[in-house]
Design a protein around this ligand. Sequence first.
Ligand code: ADE
Length: 230
Amino acid sequence: MRIDIISAVPGILDGVLNYSIVSRARDKGLAEIHVHNLHDFGIGKYRQIDDYPFGGGAGMVLMAEPISRCIEQLKSERLYDEVIYLTPDGQTFNQSAANQLSLAGNLLLLCGHYKGIDQRIRDLYISREISVGDYVLTGGELAAAIIVDAVVRLLPGVLGNEESALTDTFQDQLLAPPVYTRPERFRDLTVPEVLLSGDHARIAAWRLEQSHERTQKLRPDLLSGTSEHP
Ligand code: ADE
């Protein structure tokens, strides 16, 4: 999979892209991720990328021309399955969106900043708008980082067997069961006996039951199918 990210503040993405599982996936050649600095497509001597909003009001708006130049260049080089704009008014991101995006060959993520981007870019180029939650970030970079992390870890070969994504919370609309490691006793709290039994069928049944109990208690909306995070 290839992911291109357009950003006015590319440095924010360094941490996610260069550490841990995402960086391992890049090293293994499973995910190719390129960050494009919007300033490289800016206008004039000062590489201008933003301007005052027509009609007045606070905040600056990212101009259409630099974004368009960048997108046009990338689109001339390959076909994108989705051109995604990260914005608080987009569809809320969730595990099923991550699963779906992980099947794509090429994704283009556009990070907004300031008061947003010129509406005409949304009209012309954007196939999907995604929010990572009902709160406003200073820009789309952290949202893009969340999407990259959630999607890349699903790519075949990125996680080892022992870290398999199939048992994740949300993967089947259930929260994950509790997990324990050594020691068996910690401050008078012991590990549930079943996990020490070696009986794999009993362990699997216990985990499923715990998942249901946890989901019922903490996120009943997931079980009733009325999730606010469809
Ligand atoms: N940009 C600013 N806030 C955002 C959010 N909640 N989700 C995605 N992009 C954003």
